[in-house]
Design a protein around this ligand. Sequence first.
Ligand code: AMP
Length: 428
Amino acid sequence: MSMSMTFADLCLAPTLLSALAEEGYVTPTPIQAQSIPMLLEGRDLLGMAQTGTGKTASFALPLLHRLAADPRTAPKGGARVLVLAPTRELVSQIADGFESFGRHLNLRVTTIFGGVSQFHQVNALENGVDIIVAAPGRLLDLIEQGLCDLSQLEALVLDEADQMLDMGFAKPIERIVATLPKDRHTVLFSATMPKSIAALVESLLNDPVKVEIAPPSTTVDRIEQSVMFMDAAHKKTALLAQLETQDVGQAVVFTLQKNIANEVCAFLTEAGITAEALHGNRSQGQRERALSAFRDGTVQVLVATDIAARGIDVDTVTHVFNHDLPSLPESYVHRIGRTGRAGRSGFAITLCDAEQRAWLHDVEREIGRTLTVHTDHPWHSETARHSTMRAPVLGGGPVKQVKPQVKRERKVWTEEEKLAAREAAKRA
Ligand code: AMP
């Protein structure tokens, strides 16, 4: 691929090119350069890439091009293109992409997801739409109520397929696909390729071209990753100190559980930092308000759990803080991908206690490198750093306490450290 390639070289419709120019897109990203020509030809495609690589435009542009090149009335109660994605946030974001790239095309785009009334969704579907972007659960629900008929569908996209399977959407996807025509155009994106995804690819795609972009460890090269070891009890204060002393623009803080997200959010708010929590226990309205306040910069910090954070796409995020390590190592890569977007650099700082040390090992194995350890802070704990405790066992409920297998050594604090900690605590 030549460095000087532009979107015009990809032979996209002039209306799409002007929308791209208005959005400030000039050069296609590698996944766009590779996927767009294949999808314009009508080939099925398996894309291995994660958010941040520009994958939304890589399927939205050629699909919009094909819809525009073959204008038809959308089938009543159905659609011409269906995109399935795991979370409401991602669904909204993909729909925004279609709307923004397709702004000169006069196409109808609708989103379908649970947690809100189905009234407007059903209304929108009645006359037919060009593009549905949906989370699988609610869509299947509407199909089974006889309110959505996808038998005329022309193209299907599964975005973040691995995440959809992780969230238990395998059956709903299978049942939705059973209602679609066989001779459709199919695209599947997944950041990882476990056996379950390989099986899905085998059953859904017809002789697909495979496009693979930057495995996680290289995608995140622009992100400076480090870890601070400490007792769990110091994490909130340490986080606050980081937010106040580092040059943080906007930050996403990840926690393991919803209640911790709420606690951290309340703590930061109390300390005068604008923060919002984003997790599955909040209503759709609350989640949308939190995200839009973060997008427009009224809120500096978003405190989120893994699932809720998928698809947060805010280019100005300078820092990702892991208040907790994720229990699944691949989540780490998704988390830190919230920063370093659109070619910028970013920082990912992980706070690790003795109990979560084992998860850090898993993360380091996953990304194939060890994180830089920061020891020059008042909370540094060698105990946490060298802990050999078993990782917490996560059930449906709270984290089970696991007995420490190492003796706790007491940290000897210097006067300076004590002062710094007291200052930080005072500020908190
Ligand atoms: P995605 O991986 O689709 O979530 O896109 C990641 C981010 O990159 C989004 O903020 C896009 O707006 C931006 N982006 C995608 N493609 C391009 C491009 N060719 N030029 C500039 N920005 C882009």
